[in-house]
Design a protein around this ligand. Structure first.
Ligand SMILES: [Zn+2]
Ligand SMILES: [Zn+2]
Length: 170
């Protein structure tokens, strides 16, 4: 991964280079009477030769295009990184909203809207799980799947938990 520091260095080099659009075009060197690849900017004019022989034309093309290509790549990296950061933020906000409006039901392992909830956030269940809870307090409507979690009895009224069939019979 390219660090922000390195991106800033690349950006500084771009901004320090001669402005405008560059292009690679051959130019007649009147001293040697040769036509050689050169680089031109539309703001300054002729910037220099690439006259080291074979490959000079491709090198001139590369450098001339880098003037436009590198800033475009930097912009794209910034856009993608901004998008990724934005998505992470959005995801975090969605989770926060979920936690504000939903409770996590340990039994069915789902987020359930607070309005579909019975009991308190930590020890309660969603309505569906409450419906199927096999034990209920002998005195009130408090239900549980695990009476052993309540050695003191019902947290509401200290009543004993009994299996619901038995409770219904009574
Ligand atoms: Zn549930
Ligand atoms: Zn009770």
């Amino acid at each position: 991964m390219i660090t922000d520091e390195r991106l800033n260095e690349i950006r500084e080099r771009c901004e320090a280079a001669t402005r405008g659009s560059w292009s690679a075009m051959p130019r007649m060197d009147h001293l040697s009477r040769e036509v050689k690849p050169g680089i031109w900017s539309d703001s300054w004019g002729f910037l220099g030769w690439f006259d080291h022989g074979e490959g000079a034309g491709a090198d001139a093309e590369f450098v001339a295009h880098a003037r436009q290509d590198v800033p475009a790549l930097l912009d794209e990296v910034e856009r993608l990184r901004g998008g990724a950061a934005g998505q992470a933020l959005e995801h975090g906000q969605a989770l926060e909203h979920m936690q504000e409006t939903h409770y996590w039901c340990e039994l069915c392992k789902t987020w359930v809207e607070c309005s579909e909830w019975v009991g308190d956030a930590d020890t309660g269940f969603c309505v569906d799980c409450y419906e199927h809870a096999p034990y209920q307090c002998e005195h009130c409507t408090y239900r549980t799947y695990e009476p052993r979690d309540f050695p003191e009895g019902c947290p509401e009224c200290d009543g004993k938990f009994v299996p619901r069939e038995e409770n219904n019979d009574a």
